[in-house]
Design a binder for this molecule. Sequence first.
Ligand SMILES: *[C@@H]1O[C@H](CO)[C@@H](O)[C@H](O)[C@H]1NC(C)=O
Ligand SMILES: *[C@@H]1O[C@H](CO)[C@@H](O)[C@H](O)[C@H]1NC(C)=O
Ligand SMILES: *[C@@H]1O[C@H](CO)[C@@H](O)[C@H](O)[C@H]1NC(C)=O
Length: 414
Amino acid sequence: MALLHGMSPLAGFGFCLLVVLMVVMPNQANGSSRNAYFGQRNIVIQPSGICATSVIPHGYKCQEIEVTTQDGYILSVQRIPEGRLAGGDAKKQPVIIQHGVLVDGMTWLLNPPEQNLPLILADNGFDVWIANTRGTRFSNRHTSLQPDEPDYWNWSWDELVTYDLPAVFGYVYGQTGQKTHYVGHSLGTLIAVASFSEGLLVDKLKSAVLLSPIAYLSHMNTALGVLAAKSFVGEITTLFGLAEFNPKGAPASAFLKALCAYPGLDCYDLLTALTGKNCCLNASTVDLFLRNEPQSTATKNMVHLAQTVRDGVIAKYNYGNPDFNVMHYGEARPPIYNLSNIPHNLPIFISYGGQDALSDVRDVQLLLDSLKFHDVDKLTIQYIKDYAHADFIMGVNAKDIVYNQIVSFFKHQR
Ligand SMILES: *[C@@H]1O[C@H](CO)[C@@H](O)[C@H](O)[C@H]1NC(C)=O
Ligand SMILES: *[C@@H]1O[C@H](CO)[C@@H](O)[C@H](O)[C@H]1NC(C)=O
Ligand SMILES: *[C@@H]1O[C@H](CO)[C@@H](O)[C@H](O)[C@H]1NC(C)=O
């Protein structure tokens, strides 16, 4: 039984990507070129997709689905409609699960089946939908653009708020006719609270679970992370252009080397330095993680996250020049997402860790402050002293500590 103490892979938000560059990454199969349609529209066969590799072998049903956003991105979604012991005639409540940045929906499924969140939810009678953000390997198509065109990468997390989440919510609602529960990790929490604050999605939402929440980021407490964030709002775009940010590419590798040459930075234990000291990871799961992640994202998305770190407010993408901001927003400064506008009666469950370097407890406190007018009985907060960023999705004891609480929270909402 090998638990890696102090070993914390990226999982979710992060400049963590840097880490992986220090590890030899096997070449990853390209998930394009496939997709025989059959039967029902939107349902596709992907021989190497998430269902085929990580769900069906464990004895669960799983459908690969394509959902097209209003701006043309074709997203891959996996549906696990029931548990291994099907049955139960009651209408199952849908749950949408949303991963963080630089990873994809696969990260939820890396632990053994009895330990991972999607399959635990399915076995508890939920209809599970795993989302994959634009630009990740199974969501890398568009109705007219190709991923090798810079225009394909012209988006930040604003577009995940405006297009990706509404597309997935709309599809699930259309199929099930029911309001959905939501689980987000890391960036999956930021885009959710930003959406809810604009009044989006809430008409199709039953409740929301926020794991390792990032909203405010100004206390992110890793020297390397802070430096990386500074670079992303600084010279970075001349290094990468405003297109794809591929953590496995040569420019990212050079970027890492340059950062690590900085006086006082210790890149030896980079994983811990970036995400915090995860208490409870399984060595086999970490191996699997490194074989599957990280995934590309848009450089503009990283810049936008870095602006959030720098500015200490949750606002739309800053074009860096008042005139450009006026052009896009009609104001010199980008509009803010005011989290106090999240409907006060929305059931929310927040779980955060004492060792999490990306979701620092002081930033979580700011998030909680902005929810201070929330109905007291609609807000559940869990603090896990030993947990860091990756423990929430891959911890060997996450079932006992977190997932069972999520299940009972959801059941409580019925
Ligand atoms: C770690 O993962 C391996 C492979 O999935 C599994 O066989 C083993 O039981 C896991 N260990 C623990 C402590 O959960
Ligand atoms: C990127 O998209 C924005 C709108 O979101 C548009 O104003 C801008 O011109 C686009 N940039 C490029 C380089 O196409
Ligand atoms: C957010 O909204 C609340 C209540 O609607 C208001 O009191 C607060 O000033 C707003 N915050 C900002 C930064 O605009």
